[in-house]
Write a protein that binds this ligand. Structure first.
Ligand SMILES: *Cc1c(COP(=O)(O)O)cnc(C)c1O
Length: 231
């Protein structure tokens, strides 16, 4: 567990050097609650970010903040509303509509980020950069959902300039849309968080560089999370 603390301190130092106002959401898929608690108790992690509604419900404790960062399925939203600080991966108005209805029932407002698909990859979630303006306008009509920013997952590549271009494109949209409520820019995982920091991310989502390599791999052959693993 000391290793987890050391890893977080290392990331934090990198943040201080590059982009001090950035916060860390620890990507906690497949990690045990004990590992998550070790990370959260450093006081340096803004939230634990889960990919699966099932895992979030199983690990949930109100002592810590929980974000949802995985592919969002309409029938799983009921497990998330009321438990999350932020849902990072909203990419359709029908999801916004459902989150709004469930939030209204609970008398709460749910904070969400709009996921941007930077690589124009068909298989991945997210809307295109140019769709974000209209999406925000339409989503703003819902009283029990608050759009709090943008989120992006970069496509897998060894070419650092491709990642940098993608993150800069999201950053430009963020700069256009930024407001008192639209304030989070969630970009960057273990392999590319330094690029994301330099491109203006104010939330990064590292997993492996905090907790070590995965215990098991629940991605399908295309590298996507396997929806059959969900609740
Ligand atoms: C798994 C995951 C991360 C963290 O990935 P690492 O490579 O372990 O840092 C970040 N964001 C999302 C959406 C993820 O699914």
């Amino acid at each position: 567990m000391n290793r987890i603390v050391d890893n977080i301190l290392k990331i934090r130092r990198e943040i201080e050097a590059r982009n001090p106002s950035c916060e860390i959401v620890a990507a906690t898929k497949t990690r045990t609650l004990a590992e998550i608690i070790a990370a959260m108790d450093t006081g340096l992690i803004a939230a634990a970010g889960e990919n699966r509604a099932q895992e979030l419900v199983a690990k949930f404790t109100p002592d810590y903040s929980w974000d949802f960062i995985g592919r969002l399925q309409s029938n799983k939203i009921k497990y998330l509303v009321g438990r999350t600080r932020l849902i990072h991966s909203v990419d359709s108005l029908s999801l916004v509509d459902k989150i709004d209805r469930l939030s209204k029932n609970k008398g709460i407002v749910t904070d969400v980020l709009i996921e941007i698909n930077t690589g124009r990859e068909e298989a991945k979630g997210g809307i295109l950069t140019e769709e974000a303006y209209d999406f925000l306008e339409k989503a703003s009509a819902y009283r029990n959902v608050r759009v709090s920013g943008l989120m992006a997952v970069a496509q897998k590549t060894d070419d650092f300039t491709v990642t940098e271009q993608a993150y800069n494109a999201v950053r430009r949209v963020f700069d256009d849309l930024k407001s008192d409520s639209v304030r989070y820019l969630s970009m960057g995982m273990s392999d590319d968080y330094k690029i994301a920091l330099d491109c203006g991310a104010n939330i990064i989502r590292p997993g492996r560089i905090i907790f070590g390599e995965r215990v098991y791999d629940c991605k399908n052959e295309r590298g996507e999370d396997n929806p059959s693993d969900l609740v």
